[in-house]
Design a protein around this ligand. Structure first.
Ligand code: ATR
Length: 281
C-alpha cells in the first residue's frame, strides 16, 4: 500500500487526512493518508526511516515548514523564496520540497471567486509564515501595490524588503486604526493572515480591521477557518462587502498538493464536502 500523510505536531486540529483520503478514494488510488504527528526530537529519524518506494509524499504543517527545507533532497524555487515547505513530493525517489500555500491561495481566488489579482491594490494583514507565501504569490501575479500591516513593524519591513527584489510598490505599516485609513481608501483585496479572530487564538473576539473601516467594494479574505465566520467576515458581511473564508485556501493548497502527488485532477467538490464534514458543517 502506498503511503502519504500530513507531518506536524500537534495534529489533532488537522482535517487534511479526511479530505485527502476522500480524493484518493475517488480516484481509486491504493494509498492511505496518515496523520504523522511526530515530536520534534523524532523528526530527523522520521526522514531517515522513510521507505521511499511506497512513499508518495506528505503535507507539512506547523511547526515543520521551515525545518523541512533542510530535510528534503531538493527545493523548488518558490519554496526557496518563500522560505518554507508545505508539501513534499517523491519524484523518482528524491524528496522535493514545494510550497502550495501561495499557489493554492491564488487558485482559490481565481477559479472559485473569479478574482484576478493582476493590477490590484492589496492590503495584507500580518507578516508571518502564511503572509510570506501569500505575498510572494501575489507579487508573482503582478499586483499593483501591496501594503503589509503588522503588529511588529520590523517583521513587516523585513518581508517588504525581501519582496522588493521583484515586487510592485510595497509598503509596510503598523497594524492600527490610524495607519490603516489611507490604504483602505483605495484597496481591492484585504487578506487577514494573523490569528486575530481564531477560536482559541490570542484575540478571538476581534476583527483585525476596524469594522467601520471595511470598504464595501473590496474583497475580504480571511484565511482563518475556525470559526468559519470570523469577526472580520461577519463585519464584512454587515458592510455588504464580498468575502472569502479560510476553508478555500486550506482546501486549495491540498488540491495543488494532491495533483503533485498523483498527477491527476483533484476532485474539488469531493474534497470540499469532506473538509466541511470534518469540520461538522
Ligand atoms: P503563521 O505561520 O500562521 O503565519 P506566525 O508566523 O506565527 O504564524 O505569524 C503570526 C502573525 O499573526 C504575525 O503577523 C503576528 O504578528 P507579529 O509579527 O507582530 O507577532 C500576528 N499576530 C498574532 N497574534 C496577534 C495579535 N494578538 N495581534 C496582532 N497580530 C497578531
Amino acid at each position: 500500500m502506498n503511503r502519504i500523510g500530513i507531518l506536524g505536531y500537534p495534529l489533532s486540529h488537522s482535517i487534511s487526512p479526511e479530505f485527502q483520503q476522500a480524493a484518493l478514494d475517488h480516484h481509486q488510488i491504493k494509498a492511505t493518508f496518515h496523520r504523522w504527528e511526530i515530536k520534534p526530537d523524532k523528526l530527523n529519524a522520521f526522514f531517515e526511516t522513510i521507505e521511499i518506494v511506497n512513499f508518495l509524499g506528505a503535507s507539512v504543517t506547523i511547526p515543520y515548514k521551515e525545518k523541512c527545507l533542510g530535510l528534503v533532497d531538493k527545493i523548488t524555487d518558490s519554496a526557496h523564496l518563500i522560505g518554507a515547505v508545505n508539501c513534499i513530493v517523491n519524484q523518482n525517489n528524491q524528496l522535493v520540497g514545494h510550497n502550495t500555500d501561495g499557489s493554492g491561495f491564488i487558485r482559490a481566488l481565481k477559479t472559485k471567486h473569479g478574482f484576478d489579482p493582476c493590477g490590484k491594490n492589496v492590503l495584507l494583514i500580518g507578516a508571518g509564515g502564511a503572509a510570506k507565501a501569500i505575498a510572494y504569490s501575489l507579487v508573482q501575479e503582478q499586483i499593483n501595490t501591496l501594503t503589509i500591516a503588522n503588529r511588529t513593524v520590523s517583521r513587516g519591513d523585513e518581508l517588504a524588503q525581501r519582496l522588493k527584489l521583484n515586487g510592485p510598490k510595497i509598503n509596510s505599516i503598523k497594524l492600527e486604526r490610524q495607519t490603516l485609513i489611507n490604504p483602505l481608501s483605495n484597496v481591492d483585496l484585504i487578506v487577514n493572515t494573523t490569528s486575530i479572530g481564531m477560536k482559541n487564538g490570542p484575540d478571538p473576539e476581534h476583527s483585525p480591521v476596524p469594522p467601520d473601516l471595511i470598504p464595501q467594494n473590496a474583497l475580504i479574505n480571511d484565511i482563518v477557518y475556525n470559526p468559519i465566520e470570523t469577526p472580520l467576515i461577519k463585519a464584512a458581511k454587515i458592510r455588504k462587502a464580498p468575502t472569502i473564508g479560510g476553508l478555500d485556501m486550506l482546501v486549495y493548497q491540498g488540491i495543488e498538493a494532491f495533483e503533485l502527488w498523483t498527477k491527476k485532477d483533484a476532485p474539488e467538490n469531493i474534497m470540499y464536502d469532506a473538509a466541511k464534514k470534518a469540520l461538522g458543517l
